[in-house]
Design a protein around this ligand. Structure first.
Ligand code: RP5
Length: 163
């Protein structure tokens, strides 16, 4: 039986997948069930609202939303659910993602979006943050997260500079 979807990953365009795949891969590494869709806040608002509602009703615990340019996707998702929304600004052609960052992070008071770094690191970190939230009520996942951190620390400690 397919595991219940715990995290919804949404992006404004299929062109965002190159970045957002890092969120998906990170969740896969922890065995967290997710559903990923390309749905736009301005091109497919009705479908976006329906998808958010379906996942929330099905027991999802949070959403990761990545978009670029005038990036209102994460804010719109946050307007449709009280579940935590983690925003990932896409790198953009003309402003190198600063447009995406500011339009995702500068949510007016009342509807929060937890915003991560521009690009691949932000996508991976949004997934790690989702894992941390899920780990609050899942001891096995918490142990996995501890082991992940330990492995990273060990890699730094055992690294040797080429001098
Ligand atoms: C945004 O516009 C998307 O999130 C994407 O980052 C950007 C460009 O989309 P495409 O023109 O590649 O579909 O809505």
């Amino acid at each position: 039986m397919k595991n219940k979807t715990l995290v919804g990953i949404v992006m404004g365009s299929t062109s965002d997948w190159e970045v957002m795949q890092h969120a998906a891969k990170q969740l896969e590494a922890f065995g967290v069930a997710y559903e990923a869709r390309a749905l736009s806040a301005h091109r497919t608002p009705a479908e976006l609202e329906a998808w958010v509602g379906t996942l929330a009703a099905g027991g999802a615990k949070c959403f990761i939303a990545g978009a670029g340019g005038a990036a209102h996707l994460a804010g719109v998702v946050a307007s449709k659910t009280t579940l935590p929304v983690l925003g990932v600004p896409m790198p953009s052609k003309h402003l190198q993602g600063m447009d995406s960052l500011l339009s995702t992070v500068q949510m007016p008071k009342g509807i929060p979006v937890a915003t991560f770094a521009i690009g691949d690191a932000g996508a991976a970190n949004a997934a790690l943050f989702a894992v941390a939230m899920l780990a609050l009520e899942d001891e096995k996942l918490a142990a996995q997260l501890q082991a992940f951190r330990r492995k990273q620390a060990d890699a730094v400690i055992s690294a040797r500079l080429p001098v």
